[in-house]
Design a protein around this ligand. Structure first.
Ligand code: ADP
Ligand code: MG
Length: 630
């Protein structure tokens, strides 16, 4: 995702009017709100001076019974009405929710609606509604502190959030009465907080974010003031909670305590573990002491013990770092800055390990749990028009994949969804038939494998190139999406230089709800699509084999084959033709294999006769797998 620095005319209106704007980090575990006051970024505290707002809501009969710290601290009293980690659910459909995405205490209502609802005493709540309650509390905090209504906010989301999750987050903000200027990726916000967007030189930045229940590593590239996410990796079930659990397990083992299904005791142990963990980020040892009914535990946890408890977790995060680097095709030494984000990066062993891994000092000057909110506040300030001299920040990605129809009604994706714009991608195609001198190009949009399930964006033709045998022509098709989302598709035949192009506005006429349902469909139908694609590919394969064989046989079957051999091939060919009408890919495949086998002798004799060049690409076993638009 890019932040394009383009000034929006008309944005910088009344020069002296300061608009109230805020940045909100809507986190899985904790949320924060920050603003820019007299040019300085600051996180806004509650009346107790607490800046961190636990993302927890407890519902009662009359609605929200407690929120934030109060709700978190009472969790053990009313676990089923206390909703935490709701961010894990936002934008997901009921089918998306698996055991692994759960790990949450609350109960989901059984409804026929595709949006999951959580059963509470205040009625069934969607993740959007729960998030809206959190955002409303942050809005109140900001408005009380700033003494006026917020003009607009920037809300941050994980870089890997898809359109539906982003849309759902926006909806939650709307429901909370907030005007969302923009959603910004969390790692991008963190980089902005460090001023990396204002650096003179282009750079590559790794953002390591270890929070309460999730770990994200993002590699960003900053080029000419534009941020691009090169890769993201991580683990949605790895974070500070695991450290708490590891401490509890250790203590429990030390004392031979049976926790069993005692939720209250479990909660008390975990709360104490968190206290110990926090203490150990500045001390060499800490006291684990609880009193729960008859049970009393008093145990010293040394930093050494603690470090051994977190070693594996840290190693797991480094695996993801390796993964992200590999995806971005970068080496460690190509990373210019490493930004540390998330409360759990306060653990000294985490900092040390990440620093050692990237072989450089990591950025920790800004409070790791505030850095995202601060970056968001800086963005919001600009977008509110409070910095008329600075450039505006625009943010956009391609909402649905763009591709081209290939032979057999299949889609070849050229630019996958969520690619940053501007974007350009090229791919080479070839012809399907001998002597072909024109090619029809059909541009489609969508996530499905078959053209008929996608949206047609436009067609154009490339005409007048030199006739060659099938598979020999090289047609380069280029997709280019400019900063306004305008798509231009061009094609050029390498040999003759013939070219053609068409301009399309891809998102035109697509409502958000349609985009959502198309993405949903592609998820629900993924399996069906794979089967349909395989069948279609086999059919194309069969068609190709038969055509090539026919062309060859017409030319020289009599020269190389006796009647008996010829008959065998003809029979096998017939079987392939018959099998093509079948609906399972496997039977076509096996018929093809038989045809290949019986024509081996023919193929090798032709080769031996070194008919070579002219016939290249025509022997049944020498097909290259290439996409070929009709
Ligand atoms: P998220 O982004 O997932 O909402 P945060 O970035 O706020 O979460 O991180 C919350 C986690 O950070 C919690 O597990 C918390 O215990 C942990 N944390 C906060 N401060 C410290 C500290 N000083 N030492 C170790 N862990 C800490
Ligand atoms: Mg966070």
């Amino acid at each position: 995702m890019a932040l394009l620095q383009i000034s929006e005319p008309g944005q910088s209106t009344a020069p002296h009017q300061h608009r109230l704007a805020a940045g909100i980090d809507l986190g899985t575990t904790n949320s924060l709100v920050a603003t820019i006051k007299s040019g300085l970024a600051s996180v806004l505290p509650d009346d107790q001076g607490e800046v961190i707002f636990p993302s927890v809501v407890r519902y009662g009969k009359d609605g929200v019974a407690a929120i934030g710290k109060a709700a978190r601290d009472q969790a053990s009293e009313d676990p089923y009405n206390t909703i935490s980690s709701v961010k894990r659910l936002i934008g997901l459909s009921a089918e998306d929710i698996t055991e692994s995405s759960a790990g949450m205490m609350f109960k989901l209502e059984k409804t026929d609606s595709s949006v999951p609802r959580i059963a509470t005493d205040a009625g069934a709540k969607t993740a959007i509604e729960v998030s809206a309650d959190i955002l409303r509390a942050l809005r109140t905090r900001a408005e009380l502190s700033l003494g006026g209504e917020l003009t607009g906010v920037v809300v941050t989301v994980p870089a890997y959030f898809d359109d539906t999750q982003r849309q759902a987050t926006k909806d939650a903000a709307k429901l909370a009465g907030l005007n969302v200027y923009r959603l910004v990726n969390e790692p991008t916000a963190a980089a902005i907080a460090y001023g990396l967007d204002r650096a003179d030189a282009d750079s590559t930045i790794a953002v390591y974010d270890l929070g309460g229940g999730t770990f994200d590593i993002s590699i960003l590239k900053l080029e000419k003031g534009v941020f691009e996410v090169l890769s993201t990796a991580g683990d949605t079930a790895l974070g500070g909670d695991d450290i708490d659990n590891a401490i509890v397990d250790w203590v429990v083992a030390q004392h031979g305590v049976e926790v069993g299904g005692n939720a209250g005791l479990q909660r008390t142990l975990l709360d104490q573990a968190r206290v110990v963990k926090h203490a150990l980020s500045t001390n060499d040892q800490a006291q684990f002491s609880i009193q729960h009914g008859e049970l009393s535990i008093n145990s010293t946890v040394s930093l050494e013990t603690f470090n051994s408890l977190v070693a594996e977790l840290i190693q797991n995060t480094l695996k993801s770092c390796r993964n992200a680097l590999r995806q971005a095709k970068l080496k460690k030494n190509q990373i210019d800055n490493v930004v540390m984000v998330g409360g759990s990066t306060r653990v000294p062993a985490v900092r040390a390990a990440v620093s050692e891994f990237f072989e450089r000092e990591v950025l920790t000057d800004i409070n790791p749990d505030e850095v995202v909110a601060i970056g968001a506040a800086l963005q919001a300030d600009v977008l509110a028009g409070n910095k008329p001299d600075s450039d505006m920040l625009l943010l956009d990605v391609i909402p649905l994949s763009l591709g081209i129809e290939t032979h057999g009604g299949l889609v070849e994706q050229i630019i996958p969804r969520n690619t940053t714009i501007p974007a350009a991608r090229a791919q080479e195609f070839t012809t399907y038939k001998d002597g072909q001198t024109a090619m029809a190009l059909h541009v489609v949009q969508g996530e499905r494998d078959l053209v008929r399930d996608c949206r047609s964006l436009g067609r154009f033709e490339l005409r007048g190139f030199n006739p060659v045998v099938a598979g020999q022509a090289r047609i380069q098709v280029t997709f280019q999406v400019d900063a306004d989302g305008l798509l231009t598709v061009s094609a050029v035949e390498r040999d003759s230089g013939v070219q053609a192009e068409v301009q399309i506005k891809p998102s035109y006429g697509l409502r958000d709800s349609e985009i959502e349902s198309m993405i949903r469909d592609s998820m629900t139908n993924a399996q069906q699509d794979v089967a349909a694609r395989m069948l279609q590919e086999q059919r194309v394969e069969a068609e190709r084999a038969v055509e090539a064989l026919d062309a060859a046989m017409a030319k020289d079957a009599d020269e190389f084959l006796d009647e008996n051999e010829k008959q065998k091939i003809v029979d096998a060919r017939e079987a392939v033709v018959q099998s093509s009408t079948a609906t399972d890919a496997d039977s076509i495949k096996s018929a093809l294999r038989v045809l290949e086998k019986v024509s081996e002798v023919y193929v090798s004799r032709r080769m031996n006769a070194s008919i070579g060049e002219a016939m290249k690409g025509k022997t049944i076993d020498s097909y290259e797998k290439q996409d070929s638009p009709t």
